[in-house]
Ligand binder design. Structure first.
Ligand code: SF4
Ligand code: SF4
Length: 315
């Protein structure tokens, strides 16, 4: 049950925002997980994290070299940030994660080598999942996410494909719950997370930000905000919740926050195409087709619900 499982968290082309996010996790907290407060998740060791680990220099780089040699098996590889195409770098290099005995450790090579023996691979954030900000047009470094880099058919030692937790950054509990679910699956305590076609856990990304939006009543009632601070749906101000699968529109942590809940339009940061269209321009309305589809489905739904309310109730 508590067999040791190592966590190796790499940072590539990133801003460390996902790391800042995961530190806010509350259900459960990162400390509870790493301190072994939750029996089914005991035995997890964060052996490598460039921002959070104590080791630095050669001592830190040695963990990666040893992991490639199998000394940290079994381990889960977690990637934050995108992976550049080093062939475009000419005589230079785009993304180095360290140096060991005079050799540079290029991100793309390290990911490729760790992927050969990791138990599972989790892409945290939109950059790691699909390329995100570094991949945005014109994408000078040829950045891409782990799903594209390893391929949709890739599977880790546990038989799981790349698991994506998009968001820029993702909601903290989405990160920790996905990692926890992968570990529980590894230990045979739960079935593996069910993933959608973009490799997101359906339990967390199965609905759009619009469907879960706490101010969706304004949309249904036809009240639009036309300036920031006005009461109303934020669709006219560029909200992309209607085209983005994400559960952060009504709560960020512990029932507090949530993007649209705080009056900020959803920017579609968890969308696979972010920050390119259709998520941008950020303050332009989402594509009309999304609203046509939603209006049609909503009208049919309202009629059905109205008729159901008129039928005699059977107990
Ligand atoms: S368009 Fe945005 S603000 Fe309006 S209901 Fe949908 S998610 Fe909420
Ligand atoms: S609700 Fe929208 S802006 Fe907020 S985290 Fe989700 S995708 Fe990003």
């Amino acid at each position: 049950m508590s067999e040791r499982i190592n966590l190796i968290w790499l940072e590539g082309q990133d801003c460390a925002g996902c790391t800042i996010s995961v530190k806010q996790a509350s259900n459960p907290t990162l400390i509870d997980v790493l301190a072994g407060a939750l029996p089914p998740l005991r035995g997890l060791y964060l052996v490598y994290h460039p921002t959070l680990m104590f080791e630095w220099g050669d001592d830190a780089a040695r963990v990666i070299v040893d992991a490639i040699d199998g000394r940290y098996d079994p381990f889960v590889m977690i990637l934050e940030g995108a992976i550049p195409d080093e062939r475009r770098a000419g005589d230079g290099v785009f993304c180095v994660i360290g140096e060991y005995e005079g050799n540079v450790l290029k991100l793309d090579e390290i990911v490729e080598r760790l992927a050969k023996r990791c138990a599972a691979a989790v892409a945290v954030g939109t950059c790691a999942s699909y390329g995100g900000v570094p991949h945005g047009n014109p994408n000078p470094t040829g950045a891409r996410g782990l799903l594209d880099f390893l391929g949709k058919g890739w599977k880790g030692a546990l038989g799981l494909p790349v698991i994506c937790v998009p968001g820029c950054p993702p909601r903290a509990d989405n990160i920790i719950q996905t990692l926890g679910h992968a570990v529980l699956a590894a230990r045979g305590v739960s079935p593996p997370p069910e993933l959608d076609e973009m490799h997101r856990p359906r339990s967390l990304y199965g609905a759009t930000a619009h469907e879960l939006c706490s101010i969706c009543g304004f949309y249904s009632g036809g009240t639009d905000a036309h300036a920031f601070g006005e009461r109303g749906c934020l669709g006219a101000l560029g909200c992309k919740g209607i085209i983005t699968n994400c559960n952060a529109s009504s709560s960020w942590m512990d029932g507090y926050g949530g993007c649209t809940e705080t009056g900020v339009p959803c920017f579609g940061c968890a969308h696979p195409d972010f920050p390119d269209p259709p998520t941008s321009p950020f303050f332009a309305k989402a594509p009309a087709s999304a609203f046509v589809k939603e209006t049609f489905a909503g009208t049919v739904g309202h009629i059905k619900m109205g008729l159901a309310r008129l039928r005699r109730r059977k107990i």
